[in-house]
Structure formats: C-alpha cells, structure tokens
Design a protein around this ligand. Sequence first.
Ligand SMILES: [Fe+2]
Ligand SMILES: [Fe+2]
Length: 194
Amino acid sequence: MAAERKDDALELLKRDHREVEQLFRKFDQTRDENERSALAERVCLMLKVHTQIEEELFYPALRGKLEDEMLNEALVEHKAAKQLISEIEGSEAGDAFLEARVKVLQEQIQHHVREEEQEMFPEVRKTDLDLVALGGRMAERKMKVMARLGAELEIEGEPKSFSRAAERDESLEREERSRPAASRSHERRDQPRR
Ligand SMILES: [Fe+2]
Ligand SMILES: [Fe+2]
C-alpha cells in the first residue's frame, strides 16, 4: 500500500531554491521601485528562513556523514549571504546600490545552490539518513520560523525601507475591507509615494 507521499529534506530544500530563483528573476524584470523593494524584502525573508533551517537541522544531521570541509564551506557562504541580506534590508527604496546588492546576492546564492544540489545532495542520498523524517522536522520548523519572521515584519508597521510583498498586501487589504473600521488595528499600508 502506498504511503502518502511526503517531501523529503532534499525536495523541500530544492523547492525553496526554485522559489528564491523565481523571486530573483522577478526582481530583474521589475522596474517599479516599490515593487522591487517588496521583492528584495521577500527574497531576504525566504533566504533567512532557508539558511536557518539548514543550519539548525539539515547541516547538523550531516555532520560525521559528509566531509567537514563541504559543510564548513556552506556555512561560510551562508554568513557572506547574511551580510548582504542585512545590507539589502537596510536599503531605502530607490537606493542606487539596491540593484547591485541584489545582483551580487543572486550570484552568490546561485553558486551556493549549485554546490548544494550538484555536490552535497548526491552525497546526502548515499547516507543512511531518514530524509523523509528529517524533511518533516524541517517543514515544521520552517512554518514556525516563517511565522516569527512574518510577525516581525508586521510589527515594523509602516514600511520605512521596504514594503511588504505585493500578494501579502492584497490579501491583507481584502481582509481589512471585510472588517468594520473600528476593529482595524492598524492603518493602511500603502506603498509610500516617492
Ligand atoms: Fe539551500
Ligand atoms: Fe545552504
């Protein structure tokens, strides 16, 4: 009897990789400054969650099973990416360096993802790790981290450096419109006009 199919750890990570690549592509194709800021913010959020899950659960599960060198290199690459991520998060909309920062981050991530998928993951497949169980723990942790980082964005309120991702805005506004004004806990979050 076929068990219900669950993503294993590698499939979960690869899905994240594709999602981030798509966001980078969208950023490339978008000219509107506010939209670009929102996309950059989304990329940073996705990457923060992804690297945290890898560092907390995935890489530690591989210690002793893969070469330390491979894992250490991945960690150093994460650290470099986080430096750029924090610079991007500190960028104002219209910042002349935003594009350059996102471009360099994209190149770094491309390199890192290639190494993970072409060198690390095939080695991981050869180990005796239960990748479905690990994937389950990672998916659960990912939900929690997303919720926590999502909540942080909420508290920031009016966008100073970044606005929220467009689709999130739309669903929030739909929700807002369906509630009486008195129960609204915050004001509209329109993109600032510059
Ligand atoms: Fe990854
Ligand atoms: Fe990674």
